[in-house]
Design a protein. Structure first.
Length: 421
């Protein structure tokens, strides 16, 4: 009898152990712990905030900020406009279909443009709605992605992005940021977190309202201009919070898109010495360039697909850090061959986002390089994550098709592979 009990007890212990191991394995899949062996410790917090519950804008005392934060979108066909719905609400969550892929956009600086939300519309001298088969005068690029079967969100931070360039970039990393009020001055209200932390908190709250299978289809963050710094810092923090079990690994983006993005590190324009809000530690080597590069490189090690699109005469080329990171991306240079645009980097800057957002309508453009196999493609929004990863380290230059916004008539050639751009 004793022997029988012993055998039953042994079997019981074995089953319990097996169950624990199984649960641990599932848990590790949901919440992998990333190695920090190769990363500067200044980016790592000793203790992280509970972002979903601790990081909020004070809307009650600052009602002007109601338009700021993360919003899911839908198209209102009666009034012919995009409708924005707060992402961390039941109404917003109802707009999301987990069986669809997702894109979340972050705009850049909005100096003297913060009184209105970024419209994501194409200027009429670039393209008209009829050029893409729409019944509206202008092309709304958010509508394009909705029509292509995507969940579409925008992170709006226009009022915080209306300041000096150095101050705006500092707000991305450090707490204490102010916003441009309707009277034209900076607010007395200072947020006790960085804009990156706000983005992350809003994203986690939104995901918490969605079905558990959200993330089974691709999620991408797309940052234009200063939005490139924002999506990089925010994405790094999100990967850290996976290890903290604040969000599942399956529910964070695996693709980062840089649209003529400013990467920081420009002398006289970028901040030097600041405290990284989420870690409470000094910026790496007392500058934003090294802080950005450290985040970027770690995200690449953590498996993110990265794509960078820039204007032919992009002013971001003046950044000291461009060639320190772009060799990890597929890089595509686009010529904006319209009167007043091709020779003007400021005018061309927003059109890179227009080109990318419209390129989801077409197959990837042709790679006409002499060394490429027949049927080879360059990069565009319609490439899969696998295709973007396969093109990592390759740079493309326009060859044909610069007269229209449509990527379907574009041809590109490779200018380098695996080297400095």
């Amino acid at each position: 009898m004793k022997k029988r009990y012993f055998v039953l007890f042994t079997v019981f212990v074995f089953l319990c152990t097996a169950i624990c191991i199984s649960l641990t394995a599932c848990n590790n899949k949901d919440y992998p712990v990333f190695s920090n062996d190769q990363i500067n410790g200044n980016l790592i917090a000793d203790n992280y905030k509970d972002y979903a519950n601790e990081v909020y804008l004070d809307y009650e005392n600052n009602p002007e900020l109601e338009t700021q934060g993360l919003f899911w979108t839908k198209w209102d066909d009666v009034n012919k406009k995009i409708v924005y719905v707060k992402a961390d609400t039941a109404e917003g969550a109802a707009l999301v279909d987990p069986s669809k892929p997702t894109i979340i956009n972050a705009h850049g600086i909005k100096i003297r443009e913060s009184s209105a939300r970024d419209s994501y519309e194409v200027k009429l001298d670039i393209a008209k709605g009829s050029d893409f088969g729409y019944d509206t005068e202008k092309v709304n690029t958010l509508r394009i992605w909705l029509d292509q079967g995507y969940n579409v969100a925008v992170f709006s931070w226009e009022k915080f992005a209306d300041d000096g360039i150095m101050q705006i970039e500092t707000k991305v990393w450090a707490k204490g940021g102010t916003y441009k009020t309707s009277s034209g001055g900076q607010s007395e209200y200072k947020i006790d977190f960085s804009i990156s932390e706000l983005f992350v908190a809003e994203y986690i709250r939104a995901v918490n309202l969605l079905p558990s299978d959200f993330g089974k289809e691709e999620i991408r963050f797309a940052g234009h201009s200063m939005g490139g710094v924002l999506v990089t810092s925010s994405m790094f923090l999100l990967t850290e919070l996976v290890s903290e079990k604040q969000i599942k690994y399956s529910q964070i983006p695996k693709r980062l898109t840089y649209l003529d993005s400013y990467l920081g590190g420009t002398p006289g324009l970028s901040p030097t010495d600041f405290v990284i809000s989420w870690s409470g530690k000094n910026s790496i080597n007392s500058n934003s360039a090294d802080t950005f590069v450290e985040c970027f490189n770690e995200l690449k090690r953590r498996g993110m697909a990265m794509e960078f699109y820039r204007a032919d005469n992009s002013f971001v080329d003046g950044s000291l850090i461009v060639n320190r990171v772009l060799t990890s991306c597929v890089v595509q240079t686009i010529l904006i061959n319209y009167p007043g645009y091709g020779s003007n980097s400021i005018n061309a800057h927003p059109v890179i986002r227009d080109w990318y957002m419209c390129s989801i309508l077409f197959d990837p453009p042709v790679d006409a390089s002499s060394t490429s196999v027949e049927g080879a493609k360059a990069a565009s929004a319609s490439c899969s994550i696998d295709e973007i990863n396969q093109l990592a380290g390759v740079a493309f230059m326009y060859s044909k098709g610069t007269e229209t916004l449509k990527s379907s008539d574009d041809t590109y050639v490779r200018i380098t592979s695996g080297g400095v751009i």
